[in-house]
Design a protein around this ligand. Sequence first.
Ligand code: GLU
Length: 551
Amino acid sequence: MDNLKLAELLFGSIDKTPEYYEELFPARGLKEGARVTRFAPSPTGFLHFGNLFSCLVAYKTAKSTDGVFYVRVEDTDQKRKVEGAIEVMLKGLSVYGIVPDEGVIGEGEEKGVYGPYYQRQRKEIYQAFAKRLVEQGLAYPCFMSAEELDEIRATQENESIKGIWGKYAKHRDLSYEEIERRINNGESWTLRLKSPGSLEGKCFFDDMIKGKIEMPENVQDVVLLKSDGIPTYHFAHAIDDHLMRTTHVTRGDEWIASTPIHLQLFRVLGFKPPKYAHIAPIMKEEDGGKRKLSKRKDPEAAVTYYAEQGYPSESVNEYMLTLANSNFEDWRRMNQNEDIEKFPFNLKKMSVSGALFDMAKLNDVSKNVICKMSAEKVFSLSYEWAKEYNAELASLYEKDTARATAILNIDRENKKPRKDIAKWSDIPEYLSYMYDETFTPCYELTGNATPALAVKVIEKYIDTVNLNDTKDEWFERIKGMCEGVGCTPNVKEYKAEPEKFEGHVGDVSTIIRVALTGRTNTPDLYEITALLGEKTVKERLEKALDYYREA
Ligand code: GLU
């Protein structure tokens, strides 16, 4: 067989060579050790939390070595294409600070000299390499019909090796004349790899996350170009990752099964293979077992969920690092106020079997992040969120933004800030009692506080409360009331002889707290009282008094 003649027959219009492209896309002049990584989404528009997570991994891998992180759009499958999808995905990433250095940076917008970065626009490049493989006798046209392929698939049901190989590779050795005849007949063809693999052969690779892997060598004559000349993922990614000078391919571990094909492709194409880091999927616990975080079952699988709930991006980033690197939490304990960028991210510290998504943990991490924010920041981030997702909160804020900020500042900006807020959607409930519009009284009492004691306490407090008090004066005033209502200002004294008292200072303040807020646990009551203002304080005390008198 004259391979050169066959290559000309199949790819007559292709005049560029692999050498041309090697020269056009030379090695990057990066410093030693710099890593080049990528995010290679299909344009479906849905950004799965797993995508964001692997992007973070790719991004950190590049950034921690002064490398390059780029985005390449894998749009070879037109059926899956969704209009505007790339914009949505890039916006989703940018919320978390993941902005590509290169590649597709907006819908139809590219940056960098290793493009085009849309696979559909790289058809000629793939064909130049395909032509070369044909010239070398390493690829051939296959005319098998869909029905024939289906038949083979059915007969292979119980065989361990599937696909087109050995006796199933019926068109591996067609003569030039036969190929020419079929083409002139208008028969459609795909281009297949003439796999050099053998059944005894082994494929070894050292995965950066999973460690050393040994698998059977590939023997399948996989499709390289589909009948429309568009490449398969296998072929396209090998050429793209090579020509875009990718050093580290970080991708989902569902691709491990295909890695022997990929390594073989790199070999026949004469490329140095990249390093692979296969990321295990994020898992969820269910009925005592584990399963993958699912787009269908778990709302948190969609990246939009975090924005809707109002998790600050800092919290999500912080949480993702706890999932990504087992030593992150120790580092955080040792470096409480350090910028997250300083954390030495390491691919080798990633979970081999899949990190477990834990909502309670996300909330804890986020509470820790939010409790360290200034009131100004909490106000402005939550106001932005409210404008989009909670109009009621936005309009409460707008009544008096300074007061809203002051409310958010209660028990904040101190050594031991309270951790009440995990996400902005917690705020409406958190501060509902600070606004008459959203305050719902609840007069249930705890401890020694009874309705009878409440009547005595509130009657006294209404007469003495003074909103000009300093915090100390206010507290002294409350302690001062105790004796008059049969309580003691001294908790120890109460504990020593409880039968002598109706309660202690804690019970007195519970009564006031419940009357003013409808809750037994709130941030600092003195500050709440001051921010509620005299009119509201008096009104709420009156109402509580009426309630307890009737009780
Ligand atoms: N387009 C592939 C996917 O969406 C990318 C896999 C890779 O990163 O190589 O799964």
